[in-house]
Structure formats: C-alpha cells, structure tokens
Design a protein around this ligand. Sequence first.
Ligand SMILES: Cc1cc2nc3c(=O)[nH]c(=O)nc-3n(C[C@H](O)[C@H](O)[C@H](O)COP(=O)(O)OP(=O)(O)OC[C@H]3O[C@@H](n4cnc5c(N)ncnc54)[C@H](O)[C@@H]3O)c2cc1C
Length: 472
Amino acid sequence: MENQKKIRVGIIGAGSAGLFAANELGKELGNIIEIKIFEAGPPIDKRICPQNMEYECAQCDPCRIMSGVGGAGAWSSGILNLNKNIGGDLDKLCSRININADDLINEIDRYFVKNGAPNQVFDPRRNKDQLKALKRKCAAVDIRFIPIKQRLLGSKNTPKVIKNIRKHLESEYDIKIHPNMRVLSFDKNRTLYFEKAKKETFDYLLVAPGRWGMMWLAEQCETHGIKTYYKALDIGVRIEVPSIIMEEICEQIQRDPKFHIITPTYNDFIRTFCVNHKGYVVKENYEENIVGVNGHQISIDGESENSNFAFLIRQKLTRPLEDTTKYGRSISLQTSILGGYKPLVQTLGDLKNGHRSRLSLIKRNPVQPTLKDATPGDIAMAYPYRFITDILEGLEILDKVIPGVNNKSTLIYAPEFKRSAKRIETNKYLESKKINNIFFAGDGAGLSRGIIAAAVTGKIAAKGIISKIQTH
Ligand SMILES: Cc1cc2nc3c(=O)[nH]c(=O)nc-3n(C[C@H](O)[C@H](O)[C@H](O)COP(=O)(O)OP(=O)(O)OC[C@H]3O[C@@H](n4cnc5c(N)ncnc54)[C@H](O)[C@@H]3O)c2cc1C
C-alpha cells in the first residue's frame, strides 16, 4: 500500500502506555498503518543527570521531573507488578472487552523479557510455608496481604530494555518515535499542534501523557468538553525502620510487600506502598514551594541499613470540595512551610508524645535518617487529626506482622502525596465518548498507576483502534 494511503495513528507520550499501544497496533495491522509517537522529553541516552550518575540517579529533580522515551518508569528500578489487582482496575477494564487480564499481563511480561528483562521472577508462592505463616499472622490482626509476582528490571537494565523496545518498534513496524516533540494541543479533528506553528492530522489519536502531562490533559479535556472525574487522594507519610526487621518478608517472601489495613477509628483504608528494602528516602519537589518525599532502592552509596515504605491513606472527597489534588497540595504546602521548604522528619516516639523532634535527639536515635535534607519537626502540626490517627493506628496493627515498626525510634517523613490524574470519560475501548477516534491510556488519563497497568490500558486502546479500522 502506498505510504499516503496508510491509516495514520498519532500517539502522545512514549511511556509504557504509548509504547505498548504502538506494539499492539504494529503487530496486528502491519503495513496498513503509519504510527508516529510524539514525546516531549529526550531519548533515553540523551538525558543529562546533573549528578552525572548516568542511569543510576532518579533522585535529582531534573531526572524525576523530565520524562522522555520510556516515560516515568525509565529512571526507576523498574519493578513489574505482574498482578491484575495492582495499578488499576485491570480485571474490570479487560473483562469489559472480553479479555483475560492475566493473559494480557503475561503477554506484556513476555515482551519485556524478549527485550532484555531478567528471567528471574520473585514469586511469594515459591516459599509456601513462609507465605502461609505471614498470611496467618495478617489474618489474625485483620490485615490483608496481597501476594504478587514481580519481575525486577533493575535500574541499570531499565534503559537497555527501553532502547531494545524502541529498536524493535522502529525496525519491525517502521514506527516513528519523535523525542523532544511536545504536543501543545489537539483538536476534535485529531490535529496535533506543536511549537513553531507545526501541525499534523491523524485518523486516530492515542493520548497517553502520563502524570507529567496530566494537568495539561485535564485542561485539554476541559477545552473540548470531555468529562473528567476526580479520583481518591493518596496521602500519608514515609516510614523508615532498620532493614533487619523487614529482612525476612522482603528477602524471602516479597520485595515490595503490600499490606492493606482498615483503621479502627475512622474506617479509613491505609496501605504500604513502594517498599525500598535497604534503600533511601529521597526528597521530591512536587512543585514550586511544595516538597515531598519518596523512596529509592539505589544510590552510589550502595545499600543502606534501613528500609522505607510509603504508608498511604486513601481519601475520597465529595461536594463542596471534590478536587483531591487541591486538598493534597494544601496539606503538602502546609507541611513544606513548617519544614522551611524541606520535608519534615519526626520519630514515632515524639509524634506519640506530642512534641517536635529536634536534631540533637535525631542524632541519638537508633534509626538514622537516610534523607539528611529534612527538618526535624512535628508532623501533627501539619496533618489533620484524622490522618495522624490513621497512621498511628495503622502502625500499631502492622507491628503485629512486622515487629519493631511501631518502635519509638521509627522515623516518619512527610509529606508523601501521590497525586492522581483525573479520570477521563471513555467507552470500554478507552475512546472518548464525546469525540470519535480519540483514545486515552495510562496514568495521565487516571486509568493506571504503574508500568504494567499503563501497558494494559495502552493495549486496550490499541485494540479499540484496531477493531474500528477492521470494521470500517
Ligand atoms: C521515580 C519513579 C519510579 C517508579 N517506579 C515504578 C516501578 O518500579 N514500577 C512500576 O510499576 N511503576 C513505577 N513508577 C510508575 C510508572 O513509571 C508509571 O506508572 C508509568 O510509567 C505510567 O506510564 P504512562 O505511559 O501512563 O506514562 P509515562 O511513563 O509518564 O509516559 C508519558 C510520557 O508522555 C510524555 N508527555 C507528556 N505530555 C506530553 C505532551 N504534551 N507531548 C508529548 N509528550 C508528552 C512524557 O514526557 C512521558 O514520557 C515509577 C514512577 C516514578 C516517577
């Protein structure tokens, strides 16, 4: 077929959603379509880390803020959560189009392996007796433990895997990936607008700009009258403990153990998230004047003596304030102001006793902070009573499964705030209900939270495009 007669698909964002959608389209439709991916950030080997740590960074602001080919996960340690209950409503999304979510996840996983992901899988079911003992302990105190199979790409390997995927898409299906091409806007005729008055029109659009582009996407939806919905807020703290107390769970059962708890007083849902065994707490700049914390497994200093994890409360809001991001920002801003625009750190003992932590006492604390650039203070001055109650109750319960987590010396950092993109109204194939032939996928559309989940949504949208093309 002549080039100009090909059906043209434009994809915004070369993250997990965009790349996996492109692969599905290329695989199924071969040379009847022409696919272009536009990515605001640079190609993976052209990113410049000011700390000059090549691919090992992900800790400094430019590396975190600026995505690029491979998306947000490109700088991460690349944990692939191979479970349909993690990262979104994958079962529901897949069953609506009569697809088995497990099969789709396995297909995505195989593609990662084909492109250089390590063969080793961490599966909690390997150690049946230990898993059973852990589940028994959890059940006794009303904790839900989610066993998940995980594959670890590793921070060094992740960029190589992304490069291989890019090479495969370009060589096998002639897909064109354009880094440093930020889409300024799109319209209902599926025209993309770029800098210097450039524009290009496509038959189908897939919009997958990730969290980096979620605000932009929400604005675009508003312009075009596409309905969006606020999602629940994930806010909490980062907990740091001696790694020895998490060793058995993290090294023998699950690297990133997921514990779900309902707190007694408020009936709130609180969970462990992003466990970094022998890792580091890192500072994040959410935006100007708002700092936060996150965790990372890697550093030039090697393994630390501590483990850290996010302890996050999920909170829905109803009228008059439905904007969960606004609420989360205001708590984070208050915390940042109190910390002199640095995150706050406090010992659990001080939080329980109602006084601020001080540097002299932190220096004597048995658990030494891996994040030095934090201000010892009082998190209770910044966080609502309800959330502090949830955190204290949650730690008390978790201590029955991880003894030591509720010690006085446990360190607590704040704010830790995971902003959610607004969920965009779509049909079952993730096509806009308002504008035909514009599809959405990934974290930026509020459909996923994670590399695998974003890939699943990219593939669902691609299947929608394929089905439309094949029935026309
Ligand atoms: C530090 C860090 C560590 C993480 N670790 C893990 C992990 O171990 N495991 C896991 O499952 N998840 C992890 N995540 C989350 C995971 O990276 C995301 O869930 C996933 O990448 C989402 O994929 P996506 O395609 O929706 O968006 P993204 O990967 O964010 O990709 C979207 C792309 O779109 C581009 N873009 C945005 N707007 C525009 C525009 N207007 N024009 C052109 N391009 C645009 C962005 O530059 C970006 O590259 C991590 C995230 C971070 C930040």
